[in-house]
Design a protein around this ligand. Structure first.
Ligand code: GLN
Ligand code: ZN
Length: 756
């Protein structure tokens, strides 16, 4: 009998083989056949890993050459007009990445993960039709290898909920049309085999849905699940509870329901109801989106709790979500401390955990090896819970005894003093921090890390970069300067590397979008700062100019949101520890003569919970810890923050409560429309709305920036505005940055003259 299950598996490859071949294909260095050969090799390997681990339910169609939402749009024939003349792979990749004549489709975050999907575009003018080939082929491919898979699909309600209508109107209006295609697809699937499991992912059910959306669930699943008697449908949700939908789904003819019991504890409330239904429960109990070794004892307790209400025969043990969100395997970690490595588990190791848990839970006999693993698991957890590497008494006491939680003076008092001391003009010009990262720079960092060049050589190279960067800004006529961040490859990793309590993997890549992966650092212990992290570089840069050099830090919430976080302490407490480390850094910077310090919170919005009732708690500690981080700043030290987005309507009061003196934001693409909310709520602090888009290589003209500045002035007075690009410049080339910034400064000059 089948007892265990994986929602989905990473596809990028243990050595990021897919990334490499994709990029080589895009560069026209590999053919499409070569790309497909790698893809087939990877699929095969991934299926075999799952099979060898003893998984009963292994997925097909969890693979993708770019993204599963894009695949779903493709399956439905939802091709935006601007791409309709193209075919096959050219069509597919143009939709994802754009081409010479057409912009790419939008991309956005997959729920509260760091994975980004392609946003489907729907329009009444288009007609949809089934293209089932990928799905059918992948099933057959696995079957030919002797592996019977379940088929993964993104569900129609999630698909529509995440799509956008380009012709105005509601995506859900297309439900009937799209269901017809799903039905046709099910027809094709049903002839593949005598009995087939179809996993339909509906993560949108884990959010707060309008009654109107909930009302679509029953008719949809009545239709789909009654169509083909040989197809068992599992509706799977994850990242939160989905109780509203569960209550409905249990009265449809689906076969099973997948629930996440780790990030959606409230799912426990549905157990009795599930038991009285005829549904299988795919119980997500192994964390699919974090890196910690499963605590077998605890998980068995959780499963027993579930089994106290749901008959054991109905339970199938599963990952909490697709393992897409975890790194691939610990096999390649050669430099990590053996002790820490023993606390971790990546996707491949998670398969073994699922297998072992199901054996334990269903009381199958364990062989000697499995018994030793259970014992080792307990030992690893004991070791972790008692390790001195994790528990830092000083940090814990400091968190408990912190009394100074915010800056002492009010904004009004601070800004008055700052304007006197810093003496900057209205519409002061600055940048967000990073300057172009050149190949030489990346090589220098890499060579230093690999001990190929000396510390001295490394510092010389960094200082040369800073010299050039500072000179360049002086020449441009910018007013508040930055050092350019040459020493950082990533705004979180850089700080993580210098904080105690942080660990790093060599190969812990997680797909972020398309061929892009990130390698988040992980927080395993109490966080402390052994020594200053940015003071040397910043003071060096300051020594090269009479102008104000802005210090550059990453804020606690962003550091937390872009790391894997320990699971033995509340996120809010980890965040507090980071905040204290940052507050020490601010103090060191100001003591070293730095007068303006920017604390980036690029990922502040990313941490928002999926469920509305959990938002106030998040906002409360996120704001608390930003304020704690900057609490050490003197009145006259000006604190800036930066956020990489423009939609502040829902969160403007929270942003205001963070109480930064200046916030720079990403408004370049929305004109002054999104700025208006700042005015509406009477936002007092200063604002630097990005005046040009750094995400494109395009150089904005002086006129264009003048127009942009004037439109900002329609909303906020000049005394409240700063002028800057809308994000860091590190992905751009100097040839683009130079004229752009010159034009920006020139535009400010023109507007200031006109205002005189
Ligand atoms: N200071 C960082 C930079 O300029 C901010 C990056 C970001 O907002 N993502 O690169
Ligand atoms: Zn940004």
């Amino acid at each position: 009998m089948s007892k265990n299950y994986v929602i989905g598996f990473p596809r990028i490859g243990e050595q990021r083989e897919l990334k490499k071949v994709l990029e080589s294909f895009w560069a026209k260095e590999s053919s499409f056949e070569e790309l497909n050969a790698v893809a087939s090799k990877l699929k095969r390997r991934h299926w075999e890993y799952q099979k060898d681990a003893g998984m009963d339910f292994i997925s097909s169609n969890d693979f993708s050459l770019y993204d599963n939402m894009l695949d779903t749009a493709f399956m439905l024939g939802a091709i935006p007009k601007r791409f309709q003349a193209l075919e096959k792979e050219e069509l597919y990749f143009s939709m994802a990445r754009g081409n010479k004549t057409s912009v790419a489709m939008e991309m956005t975050k997959w729920f509260n993960t760091n994975y980004h999907y392609i946003v489907p575009e729907l329009s009444k003018e288009d007609t949809y039709k089934l293209n089932a080939s990928k799905i059918l082929n992948e099933y057959k491919e696995a079957k030919a290898l002797g592996i019977k898979t379940k088929i993964n699909l993104i569900g129609p309600i999630t698909f529509l909920g995440l799509s956008k209508r380009v012709d105005g109107g509601e995506s859900y209006e297309f439900l009937d049309e799209i269901l017809k295609i799903y039905e046709a697809l099910l027809g094709e699937i049903s002839i593949l085999d005598t009995a087939i499991t179809l996993q339909i992912d509906e993560p949108i059910f884990a959010m707060d849905n309008e009654p109107k959306v909930l009302s679509l669930i029953k008719p949809t699943y009545d239709r789909l699940a009654s169509l083909c008697p040989n197809i068992n449908i599992v509706v799977s949700t994850y990242f939160e509870h989905s109780n509203e939908a569960t209550k409905i789904l249990l009265y449809t003819p689906i076969w099973g329901i997948g629930l996440d019991f780790l990030y959606g504890e409230e799912n426990m409330k549905m157990l009795e109801l599930i038991n009285s239904s005829d549904k299988q429960l795919i119980a997500g109990v192994v964390d699919g989106r974090n890196i910690w070794k499963n605590n077998i004892t605890k998980t068995i307790q959780l499963l027993e709790k579930i089994a106290a209400q749901v008959h054991k025969d109905k339970i199938i043990i599963s990952s909490s979500c697709s393992l897409l969100h975890s790194p691939f395997s610990l096999n390649y970690e050669k430099t990590m401390s053996a002790q820490i490595k023993n606390w971790l588990s990546f996707a491949k190791e998670k398969l073994d955990e699922i297998a072992l848990l199901s054996k334990l839970f269903f009381e199958e006999d364990l062989n000697a090896y499995e018994q030793s693993i259970v014992k080792q698991n307990a030992e690893a957890h004991y070791d972790r819970s008692t390790s001195v590497m994790i528990h830092n008494y000083d940090v814990q006491t400091r968190v408990k005894n912190t009394t100074k939680q915010h800056r002492e003076a009010s904004y009004e008092e601070r800004i008055k003093l700052q304007k006197e001391v810093l003496n900057y003009k209205d519409l002061a010009t600055t940048t967000i921090g990073s300057f172009p990262q050149t190949v030489e720079l990346r090589d220098a960092r890499k060579n230093f890390k690999n001990k190929i060049i000396s510390q001295e050589e490394y510092e010389t190279q960094m200082k040369n970069y800073i010299d050039t960067c500072v000179n360049f800004q002086e020449e441009c006529g910018l007013e508040v300067l930055v050092h350019g961040e040459p020493e950082r490859n990533d705004m979180v990793e850089y700080f993580g590397e210098q904080l105690d309590g942080y660990g790093f993997s060599q190969n812990g890549w997680v797909q972020s979008y398309g061929s892009r992966c990130v390698k988040p650092p992980f927080i395993y212990g109490d966080i402390s700062r052994p020594k200053a992290m940015t003071v040397d570089w910043t003071t060096y840069a300051q020594s090269k100019t009479q102008k104000i050099m802005k210090g550059m830090l990453t804020g606690p919430v962003t550091i937390l949101n872009w790391s894997f976080v320990r699971d033995d302490l509340a996120r809010s407490e980890v965040s507090q520890q980071i905040a204290l480390a940052i507050s020490d850094e601010i103090d060191d910077l100001q003591n070293a003569g730095i007068k303006i310090i920017q604390v980036d919170e690029a990922a502040f919005k990313e941490g928002y919970p999926l469920r509305k009732n959990k938002i106030p708690a998040y906002e409360a500690w996120a704001v608390r810890d930003f304020k704690l981080a900057v609490s050490s700043a003197w009145k006259k030290t000006q604190i800036h923050t930066h956020m990489c987005y423009s939609q502040f309507n829902d969160i403007i009061k929270t942003i205001e409560a963070m109480d930064a003196d200046v916030i720079s934001i990403e408004t370049a693409r929305s004109g002054n429309k999104l700025l208006k909310i700042f005015k509406e709520v009477g936002y007092k602090q200063e604002v630097g709305p990005g005046v040009y888009d750094i995400h494109s290589p395009r150089i904005p003209s002086v006129d264009e920036i003048v127009t942009q500045i004037k439109s900002l002035l329609e909303v906020l007075p000049k005394e409240q505005l700063w002028i800057n690009p809308d994000c860091g410049l590190k992905t751009r080339k100097y040839e683009e940055v130079k004229p752009s910034l010159l034009n920006m400064v020139e535009a400010v000059k023109i507007v200031r003259d006109e205002l005189k």
